[in-house]
Design a protein around this ligand. Structure first.
Ligand code: SAM
Ligand code: DTB
Ligand code: SF4
Length: 335
């Protein structure tokens, strides 16, 4: 009952979930969450931008688009050793998964081989790997799978109806096609979206419907709150009612009972109380570390204190238990 996996949700059903009194949707989501997860355990991943800025796409939210007049310093693909040093530092801080993001519309085959060296190096440190590199061909998806990649992040970002107001240089269908290729080769997927871009509640429901009605639910669903970047068209957008974020997380938990739900970008602007409500609503994963890709994240010290105050545990890779061949065991700590 608490892990009914459906792929046939109607838009009205999802809107109805978002319209519930907050206590009711929270109770429903928390009941499902408890039945399927340790409700006091949070997974943490650390992000690194391995290629920054100078992106030809026109995503209206993004600091990295050449179409947006931001002050971002661009950076070519990082050297392998730089990436591995960052992964080691993230592991020391307790991250179990290292996510590498590149500001590409899609990688070239040469780019992909360079990133594969990074994936193999991070694996050898005993960490899970995730990359987000833009659109992929089926051959590229297969190459990543064969190289041992764990997760590929590719977001739908918003509803198909609102999408055209946010991005014009690639279509919603392009995104669905990449997700299909990932599934076809058996890669685990991380796919979600962004809230607070001026979309309606119905758009939010429609985005969730797209995710939950995919042939398989993404293993990981990032819910980002727009980080407003000066120089982007979305800078100055009216901020979202924080309870709407909680409702969306709760609905996501109800719709995708077994997926990890990541409270992603935007935490640095959230109060501790709002984050606590998001965990109650079923979020069980965060980005941890001082930076997201180009924007600051919630400070790690603040996160550790918040976890202690809430009695949450987070999974760490114990460095001293690192085993040859890249195997690792995890343990749960109270920090
Ligand atoms: N270039 C690749 C792509 O677009 O697929 C990968 C990197 S891109 C930065 C990854 C995701 O980060 C985007 O799809 C979007 O959901 C999220 N993102 C980017 N900028 C953001 C912002 N300012 N606020 C919230 N989320 C953001
Ligand atoms: C995701 O859904 N959010 C992350 C990750 N996947 C790649 C990226 C957030 C980016 C926030 C803005 C920035 O740092 O530029
Ligand atoms: Fe480029 Fe990705 Fe940013 Fe869009 S979201 S501008 S594709 S880096």
């Amino acid at each position: 009952m608490n892990a009914v996996i459906r792929h046939d949700w109607t838009l009205d059903e999802i809107v109805a979930l978002l319209n519930l009194p907050l206590n009711d949707v929270l109770f429903h989501a928390q009941t499902i969450h408890r039945a399927n997860f340790d409700s006091n355990r949070i997974k943490i991943s650390t992000l690194l931008s391995i290629k920054t800025g100078a992106c030809a796409e026109d995503c209206a939210y993004c600091a990295q688009s050449t179409k947006n007049e931001t002050t971002l310093k661009t950076e070519r693909l990082l050297a392998l050793e730089t990436v591995l040093n960052a992964a080691r530092a993230a592991r020391e801080q307790g991250a179990t998964r290292f996510c590498m993001g590149a500001a590409w519309r899609n990688p070239t085959d040469h780019n992909l081989e360079q990133v594969i060296e990074m994936i193999e190096g991070v694996h050898a440190l005993g960490m899970e790997t995730c990359v987000t590199l833009g659109m992929l061909t089926i051959a590229q998806a297969r190459r990543l799978k064969d190289a041992g990649l764990d997760y590929y992040n590719h977001n739908l970002d918003t509803s198909p109806e609102f999408y055209g107001q946010i991005i014009t240089t690639r279509t919603f269908q392009d995104r669905l096609d990449t997700l299909e290729r990932l599934r076809e080769v058996g890669l685990k997927t991380c796919s979600g979206g962004i809230l607070g871009m001026g979309e309606s509640r119905r758009d939010r429901a429609s985005m969730l419907r797209q995710l939950t009605n995919l042939p398989a639910h993404p293993e990981s669903v990032p819910i980002n709150l727009l980080v407003q970047i000066e120089g982007t068209p979305l800078f100055g957008q009216a901020s979202l009612d924080p309870f709407e974020l909680v409702r969306v997380i709760a609905a996501t938990r109800i719709l995708m009972p077994l997926s990890d739900i990541r409270l992603s970008a935007g935490r640095s602007e959230m109060s501790d109380e709002l984050q606590a409500l998001c965990f109650l609503a079923g979020a069980n994963s965060i980005f941890y570390g001082e930076n997201l890709l180009t924007a600051p994240n919630a400070a790690a010290k603040r996160d550790r204190e918040l976890f202690t105050r809430l009695g949450l545990t987070f999974e760490t890779v114990a460095a001293e238990r690192d085993e040859p061949g890249g195997c690792h065991r995890s343990e749960y700590i109270h920090d």
